[in-house]
Design a protein around this ligand. Structure first.
Ligand SMILES: Nc1ncnc2c1ncn2[C@@H]1O[C@H](COP(=O)(O)OP(=O)(O)OP(=O)(O)O)[C@@H](O)[C@H]1O
Length: 487
């Protein structure tokens, strides 16, 4: 017998004919949407289709130009999670809401108990005293969700809105979050979530709305749509991509990056070579050392012990040679994007040698560079003078990749290269990385989910407990070999 949600007393979310324009961009056109109590409603669409804007209209960050939004109490988890990295998990948990008090002081004991309970559902109850920044991005995302879910305890919250809650999560943690979402829906809380993972829509959502260019082109039961139908609705009648065949690149004789006996927080005696001309996919679970590998391999940080040799010589702290290694970090809001600058500046910032002329930066050269990379990576809007923060999350990520492709890097390290990127743009990005490898660069991609990128790799490595436990050519392994090495 299927469970009937107890929806008594919960208010639905009702969005009617909402439009929002930013300058020349019509981010939302006449969008209507209803989320019933107890329903799990997925919001999907290509990068820049208006999903985050709709959420920001719901939470009052943007006011709609036209239309109405009515809803009861709603908790939001935004793409940037809204957490403070320098505070502890417990402090993050209580900040911004009334706290338990005792004799005029914050009652930390009561607060800790409440936070511990909320986090226990996700197996994170022992993190309370840790600084948030010391946790993996995946765990930070879970904490943001747990916090919002905690605030929805009791009947006080009618709905929960999650903007890409799972994009940084490995699959076993997605399961935990999914279970929590289902449990809350069963109590009558309406849930809206944004995702680029279409299988997740099938697995989790009962209803789906597809946005295309700011317009709602479908709302209905998820059961009515197969995944290819979703893609078709998202893309519309744009020309269909030809899939790119992974080609065996010609490897250089010597490695571009050579990692030897590396030791660091979660890394324990790691060795890895990356040759020019190849794409190496590194996979591992949270805590496997994968989160540290990218910054160390790209020379952005120096490990406690061991070496990373770049073109035959060890990288040292502040080594200028690391400028020729592109690095796209996974926590793009904090490390990749230069806020307050334009798309042009964000793309060209590392290409001074190409843009400097007679002692000054040639704006024309910068413009040409930015125009080329916004075009090549289909960054939208195609306006290099736009402020980077006005771009959708996926488009910001494409611009950061453009920054590094523009320097013709000797190596490029991209963490979670497809995170937050729609099904359509993913192919473009992976194809560009392949072209970069074909120029002789070594490419290292790291991901907690092998499925998405494995077919674009020439070689796959798996990290577990800080070491490489599998290193094989792509054609010699199947996905289950990788998954079992990870666990
Ligand atoms: N503050 C702003 N100023 C100008 N344009 C904006 C602003 N915010 C969003 N936009 C534009 O509105 C459109 C929709 O963006 P939105 O962030 O809603 O997309 P999205 O569907 O959430 O994309 P993604 O999947 O990449 O996160 C984009 O063209 C974006 O550039």
């Amino acid at each position: 017998m299927s469970q009937v949600p107890s929806t008594a007393g919960h208010q639905p979310i009702r969005i009617e004919n909402v439009s929002k324009t930013f300058g020349a961009t019509k981010a939302l056109r006449n969008v209507s949407l209803e989320v019933a109590p107890g329903s799990i409603h997925a919001l999907i669409g290509l990068n820049g289709s208006g999903k985050s804007t709709l959420v920001k209209v719901m939470d009052g960050y943007h006011s709609a130009d036209e239309g109405t939004v009515s809803m009861g109490e709603v908790a939001f988890v935004h793409q940037d999670l809204g957490l403070l990295p320098s505070l502890t998990v417990l402090e993050n948990f209580v900040i911004g809401r009334p706290m338990a008090m005792r004799f005029g002081q914050i009652d930390w004991k009561t607060e800790a108990k409440r936070a511990r309970n909320a986090l226990a559902e996700f197996g994170l109850e022992n993190t309370l005293d840790q600084q948030l920044a010391s946790l993996s991005l995946a765990n930070q995302a879970i904490i943001a969700c747990a916090r919002a879910l905690d605030r929805s305890r009791g009947a006080a919250i009618d709905s929960l809105v999650l903007d890409e809650p799972t994009s940084a999560l490995p699959s076993h943690e997605i399961g935990l979050l999914a279970d929590a979402m289902k449990a809350f829906a069963a109590r009558g809380v309406g849930i809206v979530f944004i995702t680029h993972r279409l299988q997740e829509v099938k697995d989790l959502a009962d209803t789906v709305t597809v946005l295309r260019n700011g317009e709602s082109v479908f709302t209905g039961p998820t059961a009515d749509l197969a995944i290819p139908d979703m893609v078709q609705l998202m893309v519309g009648d744009a020309p269909v991509h030809t899939t790119h065949e992974a080609r065996a690149a010609v490897r250089t004789a010597e490695p571009v990056l050579s990692i030897r006996a590396l030791h660091d927080d979660t890394i324990d005696d790691l060795d890895l070579d990356i040759y020019g001309g190849e794409i190496v996919g590194a996979f591992g679970m949270v805590g496997s050392g994968l989160e540290r590998l990218g910054a160390l391999a790209a020379g952005r940080e120096i490990a406690r012990a061991g070496t990373v040799e770049f073109e035959g010589r060890p990288l040292t702290a502040g080594d200028a040679r690391a400028r020729r290694i592109g690095y796209v970090p996974s926590d793009r809001p904090r490390r990749g994007v230069l806020p307050g600058l334009t798309v042009r500046e964000n793309i060209s910032v590392r290409s001074l040698a190409r843009t400097i002329r007679a002692g000054g930066i040639s704006r024309r050269r910068e413009q040409a560079l930015a125009a080329r990379w916004t075009e090549e990576l289909s960054v939208k809007p195609r306006d290099p003078e736009a402020s980077i923060l006005t771009l959708s999350g996926g488009n910001q990520q494409k611009a950061i990749l453009g920054r590094w492709l523009a320097i013709e890097p000797a190596a490029i390290v991209a963490e979670e290269p497809t995170q937050g990127i729609d099904v359509w743009a993913k192919q473009d990005i992976l194809r560009r990385l392949r072209m970069t490898a074909e120029t002789g660069a070594g490419v290292l991609l790291t991901a907690v989910e092998p499925e998405e990128i494995i077919d674009f790799c020439d070689r796959v490595v798996v990290l577990r407990a800080g070491r490489v436990v599998l290193d094989a050519r792509r054609e010699d392994v199947v996905i289950t070999d990788i998954l079992s090495a990870m666990h």
